[in-house]
Design a protein. Structure first.
Length: 391
């Protein structure tokens, strides 16, 4: 069966057939505790009844209408999404299909803002080394990791990468005559869960405001409650000009969003941007369930609490070289090969014990992005399995 797919993924030897809560089951009936959640997509776990119900009910009404017209469910979803992001300064939204598409939209928005106000030549987007913003040619240009660039040039010009945390490099890179936007992740995911410092984010906000450079937060992996606040940037006490979201925004249905603050809210006009499936009705119905579930102070507090339990236990293990994280977004470095470690987690599964599903973030780094449905008992069980795997 695998011969029909292009060889683009490092697939582990397991095929899943169903899921329930924080668990997945393979075609042989073996059980696995899911510490991946589809790379932060299945935020509410598998087979979450209100989500399944909303998807089925909307599909029975209509699945899709084109953006020549309004959709009742999409209008409500957009309104509630903007309200949820209002603490970050967001005013309106463009609905897309994916994170890469959302980040491309954000770059277009920043460039048009700068063009309208300052004219040609002020189009550069500054990003951070270690960042990941997508796999299209333009979002690869934005991504600050050379390993993703190999074989695919030439890239879209106008992107500069600097080291996160380097105040001097940030000051130098944010040239008010050349730069339209600064695109950053408050917590980098693909490079191993790397939170930015409070000082760096605060200085970025200050410089962007002084130089009228749009501050763009990519919250695709770290947003939507993942770090214990609805947006990760809220923990830095800053506002944004643009925010991008995707991954878990619709609980497993493909969706993305570009949200604009005061400066950028009126920049796009008719015909500037579009997406055939953006704002799809089924995705919007699913997104409403996600928003109604997670945008709740008590729910978010639980994410923080669960994450603190996990991170504390992982940090204390003698075989863990370093551990980092916020909420249920955790990365840790091990002595051995990360893919061998992931394979060992899969191989645990048999008739007598369950397996553990994890993610890699480089040669020796493990990434954990469990669903928010994780119970204390499942945390304990997962930590026990991790300890056994570490030895």
């Amino acid at each position: 069966m695998n011969d029909v797919f292009m060889n683009t993924y490092h697939r582990l030897p397991v095929t899943f057939s169903k899921g329930e809560g924080s668990w997945l089951y393979d075609t042989e009936g073996k059980k696995y505790l899911d510490f991946c959640s589809g790379i932060s997509v299945n935020l509410l776990g598998h087979n979450y009844a209100p989500l399944v119900k909303a998807i089925c009910e909307q599909a029975a009404k209509y699945i899709h209408v084109c953006n020549y017209f309004h959709s009742d469910v999409t209008a409500v979803f957009a309104q509630k999404l903007v309200q949820a992001c209002a603490p970050a300064g967001m005013k309106n939204v463009f609905l897309a299909n994916s994170g890469a598409e959302a980040n491309e939209g954000a770059c277009k928005l920043a460039r048009k803002y700068s063009l309208l106000k300052y004219g040609q030549g002020r189009h550069t987007i500054v990003t951070l080394k270690g960042s990941f913003h997508g796999r299209t040619i333009t979002t690869l240009s934005a991504t600050g990791q050379e390993k993703f660039h190999k074989d695919f040039g030439p890239f879209t010009e106008g992107f500069v990468h600097i080291q996160g945390g380097d105040i001097s490099a940030l000051d130098k890179a944010l040239d008010g005559k050349k730069v339209a936007g600064l695109l950053i992740e408050a917590v980098q995911g693909e490079s191993g869960i790397v939170p930015q410092s409070q000082e760096f984010i605060a200085y970025a906000e200050k410089l962007c405001a002084e130089r009228d450079i749009l501050l763009i937060f990519d919250e695709i992996q770290c947003g939507l409650g993942r770090t214990g606040t609805f947006l990760a940037l809220e923990q830095y006490n800053v506002k944004a000009d643009i925010v991008t979201l995707a991954k878990g925004i619709a609980g497993g249905i493909p969706a993305g969003a570009v949200l604009a603050g005061e400066k950028a809210a009126g920049v796009f006009t008719t015909g500037d941007h579009g997406s055939t499936f953006g704002g799809n009705a089924v995705a919007s119905a699913a997104g409403l369930v996600v928003l109604e579930t997670i945008n709740n102070p008590e729910f978010l507090k639980e994410i923080k609490r669960k994450g603190e339990i996990m991170l504390s236990a992982i940090k204390s293990h003698p075989k863990v070289k370093e551990a980092r994280g916020k909420g249920l977004m955790i990365g840790f470095d091990i002595e051995g090969d990360s893919w061998e470690f992931l394979s060992a987690g899969i191989a645990r599964a048999d008739k007598n014990q369950c397996g553990l599903l994890m993610l890699s973030s480089g040669a020796n780094t493990i990434r954990l992005l469990p669903p928010y449905s994780l119970t204390d008992g499942e945390i304990e069980q997962g930590l026990s399995m991790l300890s056994q795997l570490l030895g």
